[in-house]
Design a protein around this ligand. Structure first.
Ligand SMILES: *[C@@H]1O[C@H](CO)[C@@H](O)[C@H](O)[C@H]1NC(C)=O
Ligand SMILES: *[C@@H]1O[C@H](CO)[C@@H](O)[C@H](O)[C@H]1NC(C)=O
Ligand SMILES: *[C@@H]1O[C@H](CO)[C@@H](O)[C@H](O)[C@H]1NC(C)=O
Length: 147
C-alpha cells in the first residue's frame, strides 16, 4: 500500500516535470518573415502564403518588411482587424494601426503572436485597395507548440 502511494506520487511528479518542459518548448520563438523573400507587397497572395506557412505557434514572431514610400511607389502599412467579418470586408473602421508606412524598412516591423486567438492583418493603403484588390491580408491562428 505504501509502495503504491510512493509510485503514484512519483508519477505525478514526472507529469508535472513533463508539463513544465512543454512550457519551455513553447517559449522557443520562431521568426517568420511575412511573404518570405517577397516581403509585404501589393499583389502577392498572402492567404495562400499563410495557408502554406501554417501552423503558426504561440510566441512566433511575424516580421513585415517593406520599403518606405518614395516618389514612384506607395508603401503599405500593417493594421490589426478586430474580427473575421471586418477582415473579410476589409472594413477598417475599428482596426488598430500596428506599423505605419515607414516602419517596415530596415529590420522590418515585428509582431509577436502572444495571444491565443486569431490575428487578422491587412494593409489599408490606397483607400483599402491594398486589402481589397492587392490581397494584402491574412490571418494567423497561433497553436500550442507540439512536443
Ligand atoms: C489566393 O490563394 C488562395 C488560397 O490558395 C486561393 O483560394 C485564392 O483563389 C487565391 N487568390 C487569387 C486572387 O489568386
Ligand atoms: C464596418 O464595421 C463597423 C464596426 O466595426 C460597422 O459599424 C460598420 O457598419 C461596418 N461597415 C460596413 C460597410 O459594413
Ligand atoms: C511612423 O511611426 C514612426 C514611429 O512612431 C514615426 O516616427 C513616423 O513619423 C511615422 N511615419 C508616418 C509617415 O506617420
Amino acid at each position: 500500500m505504501r509502495m503504491k502511494m510512493a509510485f503514484t506520487f512519483g508519477a505525478q511528479r514526472f507529469i508535472l516535470l513533463a508539463i513544465a518542459a512543454s512550457f519551455l518548448v513553447v517559449g522557443e520563438a520562431r521568426t517568420i518573415v511575412v511573404g518570405g523573400s517577397e516581403g509585404w507587397r501589393f499583389g502577392f497572395n498572402y492567404t495562400d502564403w499563410a495557408l502554406k506557412t501554417s501552423p503558426f505557434y504561440l510566441n512566433d514572431k511575424l516580421v513585415f518588411k517593406y520599403a518606405p514610400p518614395s516618389d514612384t511607389s506607395v508603401a503599405p502599412n500593417v493594421y490589426l482587424l478586430p474580427n473575421l467579418l471586418s477582415y473579410l470586408a476589409c472594413n477598417f473602421s475599428s482596426a488598430k494601426l500596428l506599423a505605419n508606412e515607414t516602419q517596415g524598412s530596415g529590420e522590418g516591423f515585428e509582431y509577436l503572436l502572444n495571444r491565443w486567438r486569431p490575428a487578422y492583418f491587412a494593409s489599408t493603403a490606397e483607400d483599402g485597395s491594398h486589402c481589397r484588390e492587392g490581397q494584402m491580408k491574412f490571418f494567423a491562428i497561433p497553436w500550442w507548440h507540439p512536443n
